[in-house]
Design a protein around this ligand. Structure first.
Ligand SMILES: C[S@@+](CC[C@H](N)C(=O)[O-])C[C@H]1O[C@@H](n2cnc3c(N)ncnc32)[C@H](O)[C@@H]1O
Length: 481
């Protein structure tokens, strides 16, 4: 099926979309979708649809019908679509090309996705390289991490506008920009669906549509796919390596950050050369924090990049995956590193890498990212002795079974927190970290614990300070805020 007509989509009255949004919310749609998405998680993504549909078809309620129609590409009898949507909304959505009639049944031409309470239409994946992305796993991750509040926020490369929608309740005004005019059409549709009126959508390259503005928060997930020589899309790729556009955006970003402002950019860096964001940004009046996932192999990267261009069920997929892998080889790359780049005007001159223990950026939260930033600021020159530190949320100490007679050992870890590195501890370190986590400051804890382990009081900070600093760096401890 061809892509839905942008002209027809733009002509859908806001009132119709507002009514559709209200109806979806009234059916508890986001929760119903989250439940439906739990079905079939054990199998590959492209195999999940039939089992999800089987369960939904067995139900006889509006939420299930709307899920089938709008989220899972199922065709509904016209009377069922009218019952779920209301007859006049059904007619208006058919006129607006959001729905279509195929072989006497009603099908959706856009696909609806959700992140918490945010609902966002996008093009179906098969729509080709001009498709506008709805909410993906990386969108969800950025919506969790790229939070804030203030006067003005920018969602750069907004696609369907999911991030702008997430920011809208927390900012006086949000500007959402994209190079693709189709993104602006779909973002406006999603804003009308949510009945949000403080987001302005603009079309243009990088910061051009907002050249004179200074933002309290910028969020951006630029295209970072590498482009094969035959790439036709102007918006899907970040360049031949993939990092050319993300680098250009990062280089321009500082000029658009207000005093105290922050930017959160989710991207991928092909290596080598090693990531050197300090030189890309070249503005010492900012703090730069790179939260780096473990390197992704080029094989995985090629498979993922090809799947963004053609469905994995398509005949073209194997050749596409091989072409990406060969191009990466020709470019001399060894890996790609998914990275959350945080630029922060509050901490000028601090540049830090924060290795993540897993590639699950979706498990990051804004609070924990702020913990990681505060830890690096303290490690970069704050006064550790006077700092008040606490265990990071979810950190546990497990005692390990060792060889008979060996000194006891513990592991510090936190399930599902990529900012905590699993770390082995001896008894003295465990004692120290527990004391630090409840003391009024680090110096007090060291004064109490040092003598118990033969550390002279006069040398406590010199000998045990680095142990505390290491636990802060590994995310076991956090600065109490
Ligand atoms: C990976 S998608 C991100 C969409 C959405 N923000 C999200 O996180 O789900 C990248 C978006 O950047 C847009 N884009 C590509 N090149 C751009 C450019 N030079 N300037 C502005 N936006 C661009 C694409 O059209 C696309 O919508």
């Amino acid at each position: 099926m061809s892509i839905a007509s942008a002209a027809a989509l733009s002509a859908i009255p806001d009132a119709v979309l507002g009514e559709l949004g209200a109806r979806l919310r009234a059916t508890g749609f986001s929760t119903a979708l989250a439940d439906a998405l739990k079905i079939g998680r054990g199998v590959a993504i492209e195999l999940r649809r039939p089992i999800r549909l089987r369960r939904l078809r067995a139900r006889d309620d509006s939420a299930a019908r709307l899920l089938r129609l709008l989220c899972f590409g199922d065709a509904l009898e016209e009377r069922d679509a009218a019952a779920a949507l209301g007859a006049s909304t059904l007619r208006a959505l058919l006129d607006g090309d959001l729905l279509a009639q195929v072989e006497g049944k009603v099908v959706a031409r856009l696909v609806l996705t959700a992140a918490d309470e945010i609902l966002c239409f996008g093009d179906p994946f098969e729509a080709g390289s001009e498709a506008i992305m709805a909410i993906g796993v990386t969108t969800r991750a950025l919506a969790k991490v790229g939070r804030g509040h203030g006067r003005l926020a920018l969602d750069l490369g907004c696609g369907g506008g999911a991030l702008a929608l997430a920011l809208a309740p927390h900012f006086e005004r949000v500007i959402a920009t994209d190079l693709a005019p189709r993104a602006a059409v779909i973002a406006r549709l999603n804003l009308a669906l949510a009945q949000v009126d403080n987001v302005e959508v603009r079309i243009g390259d990088r910061f051009a549509p907002a050249a004179d503005e200074r933002f309290d928060l910028v969020v951006c997930q630029p295209p970072f796919l590498s482009a094969l020589p035959d790439a036709s899309s102007k918006t899907l790729h970040g360049g031949t390596r993939g990092d050319e556009l993300p680098r250009a955006i990062l280089a321009e970003l500082p000029r658009h950050l207000a005093a105290g402002g922050r930017a959160v950019v989710l991207t991928q860096w092909p290596v080598p050369p090693p990531i050197d964001v300090g030189s890309v940004i070249g503005d010492p009046s900012l703090g730069v924090f790179l939260l780096e996932a473990p390197p992704l192999s080029l094989d995985e990267q090629a498979a993922v990049y090809a799947s963004a261009e053609v469905p994995v069920t398509d005949d073209a997929y194997p050749a596409r995956a091989r072409a990406h892998r060969e191009q990466a080889h020709r470019l001399g790359l060894t890996a790609v590193i998914q990275t959350v780049v945080v630029l922060d005007r509050r901490f000028p001159g601090v540049v830090a890498r924060v290795p993540l223990a897993s590639g699950r950026v979706i498990d990051l939260t804004a609070e924990r990212v702020e913990d990681a930033v505060q830890a690096r600021v303290l490690l970069a020159g704050g006064e550790l002795a006077r700092a008040r530190l606490r265990l990071s949320p979810g950190v546990r100490f497990a005692s390990l079974v060792g060889a008979r007679g060996a000194p006891p050992q513990w592991a510090a870890f936190a399930e599902k927190d990529p900012l905590v590195e699993r770390t082995f501890l001896n008894a003295a370190t465990l004692d120290l970290l527990r004391a630090v986590a409840s003391a009024k400051d680090v110096a007090t804890a060291i004064t109490t614990v040092g003598p118990r382990h033969g550390v002279p009081a006069a040398r406590g900070l010199e000998l045990l300070g680095p142990v505390v600093a290491a636990a802060l760096e590994k995310g076991i401890l956090r600065v109490d805020r």
